[in-house]
Design a protein around this ligand. Structure first.
Ligand code: FAD
Ligand code: EGU
Length: 471
């Protein structure tokens, strides 16, 4: 069956491949501009599905993601269904909890439910009369010369569709991207990290959240780490990050408890030993991959966005936020170039690649940093220093996570500024050290201390020490 959806007289047809977070949002962006939008998604409609399988249950939504939602009039609605997290709560091994604010009052990130967000975005896209949703459509192949796409259905049938523009939003293992890989001068790299992740549910206790809800809870333990985000149903989703080889060492329920007793003892009564053992063996640990590529487009026919263009490891909480920002950046360029795809697509690649590569690098850097030497004390110390410098010099020293999380500073510029700030801080430290030595020497020379007084006070000190010993 062949179906040609491009019509001469009408607005151009945009095929969005992938109905995940970025695909569904993109459908809204293109529909708002008046294009004929066809969205293709391999899964059934998740709004009707009983069980939604997929990656992480909840996500941290921050400024960039919110700005994108605002563009399509969804910010308020989504924010109302999220849980504000004003600070991180650092859990030390001894059970001590220390909050560290994300920013000033009123600066917070949101814990949002992935499935719910996806449903809201699909529903929003569908309210435009010029969108058509095609579920149970798996992109099998497409032709970069003709733009003809082939979809496979569950019943075994095939469908061929043509569009003026193909927007690849089909995630880290993108089928759209496969055609890019066959072309010359396409850069591509993918890296699996040695860690896997596993999600554990912390149920409410006596009908209330088991821990304080308005925090992103973190258990930093060098190579092991756990993070918990609150859900609207008063549960927490705990994500355990650990090298695959360590996941494989734990094979019995007793070993699970033993492991948690050693590294996350405060969570055992909160999750419950039996729930912990059940959740641990329910699903195998999931892999994490980082993908970078360049360019993001082919001619005027196809463009990649979201994880299809840049899968990042989750150690900055930015994957979805960056993907949502892709949509804004593309939209702005569409304005600049009058929706002329042959100009918009190369400009989008030119502008966006350096920023997406920067956040991919930052997330990987943070992964390596956390794994290498971040225990709870170090984490607390680093964030305190960040926040104190920011408090006293808010115009000069802005913490990196602040630029990334609470502004739309281009990612690559945030990295540049971070390097510059580090230089300033190091010079400041060096200068104060040199200043202290020079100033101290000057004062000593100007007011030479009376050597007798020094000796006397030394004698007094000795007396005091003796007194202490005999107490
Ligand atoms: P996806 O969500 O993967 O959606 C792709 C869609 O395409 C899917 O619906 C899929 O079914 C469909 N599809 C795939 N292949 C085909 C095909 N051949 N034909 C048709 N359809 C197809 N990001 C944050 O911003 N904050 C966080 O706190 C955060 N935490 C994370 C925690 C973990 C453990 C992980 C793994 C990721 C986290 N992320 C976070 C990243 C975030 O999940 C992704 O960046 C985001 O889901 C990307 O959205 P996407 O729409 O590009 O891709
Ligand atoms: C990982 C998994 C704390 C959800 C990075 C911070 C994350 C999230 C941090 C996951 C960390 C790490 C930041 C936010 C956020 C911190 C951030 C990480 C949400 C530098 C559901 N990270 N994440 N940084 O600052 O900027 O609190 O799975 F532990 S939100 Cl790894 Cl802001």
């Amino acid at each position: 069956m062949e179906r040609s959806t491009s019509r001469q007289s009408r607005k151009k047809v945009v095929a969005v491949v992938g109905g995940g977070l970025v695909g569904a949002l993109n459908a809204c962006f293109f529909a708002k501009r008046g294009f004929d939008v066809e969205l293709f998604e391999i899964r059934e409609d998740i709004r009707r599905a009983k069980i939604v399988k997929g990656r992480s249950i909840n996500l941290a939504l921050s400024h960039r993601g919110r700005q994108a939602l605002k563009h399509v009039g969804l910010e308020e609605k989504i924010v109302a269904q999220g849980i504000p997290m004003h600070a991180r709560m650092i859990h030390s091994l001894n059970g001590k909890q220390s909050p560290i604010p994300y920013g000033r009052k009123g600066q917070y990130i949101l814990s949002v439910d992935r499935a719910n967000l996806n449903k809201e975005l699909l529903t929003a896209a569908e309210t435009y009369p010029n969108t058509k949703m095609n579920f149970d459509h798996k992109l099998q192949d497409w032709n970069a010369e003709t733009g003809l796409m082939t979809f496979a259905r569950l019943d075994g049938s095939k469908e061929q569709v043509k569009a003026d523009l193909i927007v690849g939003c089909d995630g880290a293992f993108s089928a759209v991207r496969k055609q890019f890989l066959r072309r010359s001068r396409f850069d591509y790299s993918q890296t699996y990290i040695p860690h896997g992740y596993m999600e554990l549910t912390m149920l409410p206790i006596n009908g209330e959240f088991a821990m304080k809800p308005n925090y992103l809870h973190i258990w930093p333990r060098n190579t092991f780490m756990m993070i918990a985000l609150p859900n609207l149903d008063k549960t927490f989703t705990c994500t355990l990050f650990m090298p695959f080889e360590d996941f494989e060492k734990i094979t019995t329920g007793d070993e699970v408890i033993e492991f948690f007793q050693k590294y996350f003892p405060d969570t055992i009564p909160l999750i419950g030993a039996d729930t912990l053992q059940r959740d641990y063996f329910r699903l195998p640990a999931q892999a994490m991959v980082s993908v970078k590529c360049n360019p993001y487009h082919i001619g005027d026919a196809c463009v990649l966005m979201g994880d299809a263009a840049h899968a990042v490891v989750p150690f900055y909480g930015q994957g979805m936020n960056a993907g949502f920002e892709d949509c804004i950046v593309f939209d702005e360029i569409m304005d600049q170039f009058n929706e002329d795809f042959s100009a918009v697509l190369p400009e989008y690649t030119r502008v966006r690649v350096p920023d997406d590569h920067a956040i991919a690098d930052l997330a990987m850097y943070n992964y390596i940093e956390m794994r290498a030497h971040v225990n709870s004390k170090w984490f607390l110390f680093r964030k305190y220093v960040d926040n104190i410098l920011y408090f006293f010099m808010p115009k000069t020293i802005i913490p990196l996570y602040t630029m990334v999380t609470f502004t739309r500073t281009r990612y690559h510029e945030a990295v540049k500024r971070w390097h510059w700030q580090n230089k300033v801080i190091n010079r400041g430290l060096l200068l104060s050290a040199v200043g202290a030595v020079l100033g101290g020497s000057y004062l000593l020379i100007k007011n030479p201390p009376d050597i007798n007084k020094l000796i006397v006070s030394a004698e007094k000190m000795w007396d005091r020490l003796v007194a202490l010993r005999t107490l």
